[in-house]
Design a protein around this ligand. Structure first.
Ligand SMILES: [Zn+2]
Length: 216
């Protein structure tokens, strides 16, 4: 039986990092919806072209396009043993579509680890980032400060805050995440699949917890 993991977590909690580690440790492909979109658009697949058309109009990509990409990806031979899903589903409608899709592959969602942390922790992690203008080197006010404020250690270029990394933007992103994801969290909790993991701790501690949840 294939094993499918849906990894959930707000921005700043380290979900992407954990997804890569866990996929490797569990020998499962890391299926990131963001990567899938980029890949389909770059390769100009029918689904990619369709997605691009909506993006160009400033509209959300409809579920059937997104689910089409997921179906495509999960049909490949490397997903025969299952997959770790990252960034999908985002809504209960997508979660229901995923249930139907996985049933076609003779499987179901087995685990839904939800890595989470207090808003203040997430805001601190995300909003303290400063980026180098020349080469994109990234520093953090608290966790990885440059030797001289506002100057890149590596090439002496000016550091700036991307709009995404400004405190007010970060607070909003986090609020939007929790508001939009609440029904999905409830959906998986009701099914007894959800396990909360404290993401405020060091990376290796979070990984160890995740591996325990996922068994063996
Ligand atoms: Zn630099």
């Amino acid at each position: 039986m294939p094993v499918y993991i849906v990894l959930l977590g707000p921005p700043g909690v380290g979900k992407g990092t954990q997804a890569k580690i866990i996929a490797e440790r569990k020998s499962l492909p890391h299926v990131s919806s963001g990567d899938l979109f980029r890949e389909n658009i770059k390769n100009e697949t029918a689904l990619g072209k369709s997605a691009q058309a909506f993006i160009n109009k400033g509209e959300l990509v409809p579920d059937d396009v997104t689910i089409g990409m997921i179906r495509d990806r999960l049909s490949r031979p490397d997903c025969a043993g299952g997959a770790l899903l990252d960034g999908f589903p985002r809504t209960t409608v997508q979660a229901e579509a995923l249930e139907r899709l996985l049933a076609e592959f003779g499987g179901k969602v087995n685990y839904v680890p939800f890595i989470t942390a207090a808003d203040s922790t997430l805001v601190e992690r995300l909003s303290g980032r400063w980026t180098c203008k020349a080469q994109g080197h990234v520093f953090h006010e608290k966790h990885n400060p440059p030797q001289k404020a506002g100057v890149c250690d590596l090439d002496g270029s000016e550091l700036y805050q991307r709009d995404d990394d400004k405190a007010e933007t970060v607070v909003r992103r986090i609020q939007v995440y929790f508001t939009q994801t609440a029904p999905l969290i409830a959906f998986y909790r009701e099914r007894g699949l959800l396990t909360e993991i404290d993401g405020a701790r060091p990376i290796d501690v979070v990984t160890a917890d995740l591996l325990t949840v996922l068994g063996k």
